[in-house]
Each structure stands twice: as C-alpha cells, then as structure tokens.
Write a protein that binds this ligand. Structure first.
Ligand code: GDP
Ligand code: MN
Length: 382
C-alpha cells in the first residue's frame, strides 16, 4: 500500500525523523488555516502518488495567505500525470543548502535490506543512476545485524555527503531503517533529504510503501486504507477477496494459483497478446468465486476476450463450470471466453458447459494452454 507524502511524513515523525510542521487541506480555506498554523513562508504541495510534482507545478512557495489562496486554488483539481489533486499538504518552508537521497528497500535476490544513498538528491534517482551511477552508494544490510550508527556513518562518507552533514545523515539513516523494518515498509525513501544552511538534516519529501502482509500487526494502518487510491477494478476485486492486479492489455485472465496465472500472462505475451489483468482465484475456488472473478473482469472496458486457464487440483472442474454458468446468468459478459480446463473433474466441467448450451461465440474450449492463448489473443485483436 502506497502512502501519500503527508502520510509518509507523519509515519516518519513517529520514529523521530525530522519533518516540517504542516497540515493537510482539501479546500483553499483549509490550506490557509494550515499555513497560518505552520508559519510563513510555506510550501503548498499536491498530494498525488506520482513523482515530479515540482516540475509539474504541483509544489509552490507562498509568503502570505493571499499566495496560499492563489496556489492552493491552482493546485487543487490539477491533473498531474493522470492523477487529479484532491488534497494538498501545506508545510513551513525550509531553506535548503544541499539535497541528498536516501532509501531502504528489500533486495530479494540478496535476501538483505538495501540502503541507497546519494549526495545528488532532489532529482529522480533513476536519473542519477543513468547519469552518474557511482554517485549512488549501495549498502546491503543483514536483517539480523541491523544498521549500526558506524555503518551509517561510513555510508554517508562513502557517498561524499558534506562533512558538516555526515552526523545528521547517519542519525536519520538509523531512524529511517527502524521505520522501514519496525514499521513494515517495502520502501522508505527520502528525496530530498536536505541539509539546512543552519546545519540540521531534515526530510523534505516522503515516499513510503507499506507491506500489506504485515497489516495484521498494524491496526493503525486502517486510516491509510481509507485514502488508498485503487482503480475501480481493483476496489471491486478487493471487495470480493480476489488477488487481482489491473494491467494495460485486452485479454482478461483468470487462473487458479499465482504460478499458473503468471505463466498464463507469459503465454499470452508469447503469442502476441497483452493481458488486461492478473487474477488468481486461488486453490479450491468454488462457483461463487469464479462468478465473482468474471464480474470483476467484465467491469474492465478494455477487455476484449477472457482467457480462463484452470488446472484443477483442489479446484474442481465442475465448480469452475458452474461458476461460469452462474456468471452468465448474473451478468451480461461483454467479451467472449476461451477456456482451458484440465485436471480434477475436467470432464465433468466440460459436460456441464456443453449441457448449458453456451454458444461457441461466447465460449470456446481448447485442450492446451497454448491453443487457448492463441484463440483468446485472436479474439482480442480481431
Ligand atoms: P517531487 O518533485 O514530487 O519529488 O516533490 P518534492 O517534495 O521532492 O519537492 C520537489 C522540490 O521542491 C524539492 O527538491 C525542492 O527543491 C523543492 N522544495 C520542496 N519543499 C521545499 C521547501 O520547503 N523549501 C524550498 N526552498 N524548496 C522546496
Ligand atoms: Mn521528491
């Protein structure tokens, strides 16, 4: 789950990471009130989950209430790379001497946490990586050992952080590491991490992604779920407890098991198609789940064909078939289906589908994954 900047900053503050005083606002009046409370000058910052807000005009300095009115009025409702701004964060403006970059993520292949640190902050880190890869220090951290102040200090020196800022940066790295691990983040990023002319080091931006698997030990995350930005397809899928990820293609995918769903995406790609989604109905899915999956896919207007790929183990072929029949009675499916049904009770499933009298124009059955993928892609690109 991705947080907005202001939520990330409030999360940082719990771990003692210094952030600027500020407040969120959904209206111009609220923005002025937040600015009055934070103290002028302030920055008015668009709250959207996309980088480069500054360049897009979504971050403005304001010296008094009139300027806050002007900027908040312009920024609220603004479209930044397809994200409409519904909320701004107004914080006391900081003077900047230097801008750095710091983040923690998990390096799955190394099975360790990864610190990335650079003295070249304030621009997208991908840009730094492309232009001057040596300017990014990478430090793997064994989760058992954690990050010591000494190791953080050494990393800051290796990144050629200004000697005046090394202590402050090291201190924040240790706090950020705690936030990342104890706070169960997938990503905790500060860009820019600034050195003020007065010598303090301070987080000016926050990008935090929380690990949904840890939600059970964070009842306080409920407040973030309320503002979470899901597309409509994802919201519907979540309501129905389905593992669904929306993608950009035109072939809707339903498979049982994450591994089979991923292979199905690969095969669709291999035969020249593009998947509209990833949808795993899980093991042991019954007719209800199958019907719900079809409803979610039907909701997506870019779907031109639906590829149902089931290898029955615990999932039984007749339940899958009943779900399809059920879905057809409940919803008017826009796109034709192609099914590959194999494994447990596949024969019985196919018999149910045949007896339901679903016309070939609505449902085609193919014996293999590859043939079914080809048929689904042909329908989607026809
Ligand atoms: P992003 O562009 O979406 O990553 O938004 P950031 O929060 O990182 O802000 C972009 C840039 O705006 C920063 O790199 C700063 O240069 C500038 N900025 C943001 N807040 C302040 C502030 O309080 N004072 C000053 N002087 N500049 C700021
Ligand atoms: Mn930033």
């Amino acid at each position: 789950m991705d947080l907005f900047e202001y939520q990330g900053k409030l999360y940082f503050a719990r771990y003692g990471i210094p952030v600027s005083p500020g407040g969120k606002a959904d209206t111009v009046d609220e923005a002025v009130a937040a600015a009055d409370a934070a103290g002028y000058p302030v920055v008015v910052k668009a709250q959207v989950q996309v980088g480069g807000r500054g360049k897009a005009g979504g971050i403005k300095l304001a010296n008094d209430a009139d300027e806050v009115r002007l900027h908040a009025g312009n920024i609220l409702g603004m479209d930044i790379k397809g994200h409409v701004v519904k909320r701004v964060w107004v914080e006391h403006a900081s003077d900047i001497a230097e801008e750095y970059y710091a983040s923690f993520t998990l390096d799955r292949s190394a099975k360790q946490h990864l610190l990335m640190l650079s003295a070249q902050g304030g621009v997208e880190i991908e840009e730094v990586a492309a232009r001057d890869p040596a300017a990014i220090v990478r430090l793997h951290i064994d989760p058992v050992d954690g990050l010591s102040v000494d190791a953080a200090h050494a990393a800051a020196e290796a990144a050629r952080i200004n000697p005046d800022a090394v202590d402050g940066v090291a201190e924040i790295l240790v706090l950020l590491y705690r936030c990342y691990t104890e706070g169960d983040c997938d990503l905790a990023e500060i860009n820019p991490l600034i050195l003020k002319p007065t010598g303090e080091v301070h987080a000016l931006d926050a990008k935090v992604s929380l690990d949904g698997n840890a939600a059970f030990r964070h009842p306080e995350w409920a407040e973030f779920a309320a503002t979470e930005e899901l597309d409509d397809r994802e919201r519907l899928a979540r309501d129905k407890d389905l593992q669904y990820i929306g993608l950009e293609g035109s072939v809707g995918i339903i498979a049982n098991g994450a591994g089979l769903a991923m292979s199905t995406l690969d095969v669709v790609n291999q035969v020249g198609g593009r998947a509209a989604n990833f949808l795993d109905i899980g093991g042991g899915a019954n007719a209800d789940v199958m019907a719900a999956a079809l409803e979610v896919i039907n909701f997506d207007e870019s779907v031109r064909s639906i590829f149902i790929n089931i290898f029955g183990g615990i999932t039984r072929g007749e339940e899958v078939a009943k779900g399809i029949v059920e879905a057809l009675s409940r919803v008017d499916l826009r796109a034709p289906m192609v099914i590959r049904l194999d494994g447990t009770n596949a024969d019985e499933g196919r018999r149910i589908l045949t007896e339901a009298g679903i016309p070939e124009s609505r449902l085609i059955s193919k014996p293999t994954m590859l043939e079914a993928a080809k048929a689904a892609v042909a329908l989607a690109t026809a």
